[in-house]
Ligand binder design. Structure first.
Ligand SMILES: NC(=O)c1ccc[n+]([C@@H]2O[C@H](COP(=O)([O-])OP(=O)(O)OC[C@H]3O[C@@H](n4cnc5c(N)ncnc54)[C@H](OP(=O)(O)O)[C@@H]3O)[C@@H](O)[C@H]2O)c1
Length: 326
């Protein structure tokens, strides 16, 4: 089969040949029609984010496609079913295998390209807001990089939970999109510190949950933006991994929780449980349009290097999708 591979010397991507994976007895073999980019792909390409043990070495954390074959013990799926799923790797390819229980049926109103934009960012946002964050309708959530793939999913989920969101973003256009998706307040972090604006927007109380991809450069402002009993959930370190000064006393006095998490390295059992919970919450909402995959652009997979360069320049609002030809 064809797959996107990495030219090691130059770290550029090209379409080459790879072996078709064989489905196990509890797995599905899927004809991939579309996949989508994630920040992790940029790191993996450079050898900075190796796939977990046992996962495909091909880049790609999600896909949408059609079931091509089903394992002996699989129930409930048949050849030709339209599905999307989270992957530990292998999405940038014509075919991939997945545990059958991780397949999400694609609602009829969504195309393969739209469905490919769902799994990674929506499951990440769902996990962090509901499972780890304990999101409640009375909460206010601070979402950084609100126009990112994960950010655009998180804004919608907070809205659907009946809670309030404050988001940071780096341009007027990005802030506008966040408001359209249901953000209550947007802050351009390039115009000055966000923490005083968060305090003002919460009448001095602070927020209950922060979904943070930035890390070190936001540490102090994040801690000062949290309400008592607040949770800082760190899922990325785009602004650095080593915070200079950490005042642990503040964690105690305001009973703050700091949670670090990664979706990719979780067990298959965990991911199956998460997929089921998420599907129950989200599929009816995707079917009637309350939730929408937010797509910035679709590239043919021959142009995968252009797609990566576009993400590297922080240009995208929502997801960048790759159309896979097979
Ligand atoms: N741990 C997990 O389980 C998990 C799962 C999925 C994703 N993630 C992480 O979540 C983050 C978002 O991923 P994504 O695919 O949604 O990203 P994305 O769509 O590429 O968006 C990232 C945005 O972050 C902003 N940004 C970049 N560097 C920044 C910096 N130094 N300071 C402030 N803002 C910065 C930029 O927007 P502006 O123009 O607004 O600055 C950029 O467009 C990544 O760090 C990714 O690794 C983690």
């Amino acid at each position: 089969m064809k797959a996107v591979l990495v030219e090691e010397a130059t770290k550029t991507l090209y379409i080459g040949e790879a072996e078709i994976p064989a489905p196990g007895e509890d797995e599905l073999l899927v004809d991939v029609r579309a996949t989508a980019l994630n920040r992790a792909d940029l790191l993996q390409k450079r050898g900075l984010y190796p796939p977990p043990a046992g996962a495909s070495s091909i880049i790609g954390l999600e896909m949408a496609g059609m079931v091509a074959a089903v394992g002996n013990k699989v129930q409930g799926w048949k050849k030709g079913d339209r599905i999307c799923a989270l992957l530990p790797g292998g999405g940038y390819a014509e075919r991939v295998t997945i545990p059958a229980q991780m397949a999400i049926p694609i609602p009829e109103n969504l195309s393969f390209e739209e469905a490919a934009a769902i799994p990674e960012v929506f499951l990440t946002a769902y996990l962090n807001l509901f499972v780890l964050g304990g999101l409640k309708p009375e909460h206010t959530v601070l979402i950084h990089a609100g126009a990112s793939g994960v950010g655009t999913a998180a804004i919608q989920l907070v809205r659907e939970a009946g809670a309030r969101s404050i988001v940071t973003a780096g341009s007027e256009e990005k802030r506008k999109k966040c408001l359209e998706l249901g953000a209550d307040i947007t802050i351009d972090y390039k115009e000055g510190p966000f923490a005083p604006k968060v305090k003002e927007a919460t009448n001095g109380t602070g927020v209950n949950i922060i979904l943070d991809f930035i890390g070190a450069s936001y540490w102090e402002q994040n801690i000062s933006s949290l309400a008592t009993d607040g949770r800082l959930i760190i899922i990325g370190t785009m602004g650095g991994a080593k915070a200079e000064s950490i005042n642990l006393g503040l964690l105690l006095s305001r009973r703050l929780q700091v949670i670090g998490t990664a979706l990719r390295t979780r067990s298959v059992e965990d991911k199956i449980k998460l997929t089921k919970e998420f599907s129950e919450f989200a599929l009816p909402r995707f079917a009637d349009g309350r939730l929408k995959p937010v797509i910035d652009s679709v590239f043919d997979w021959e142009h995968v290097n252009d797609a990566h360069a576009y993400m590297e320049q922080n240009k995208n609002i929502g997801k960048i999708v790759l159309r896979v030809h097979n």
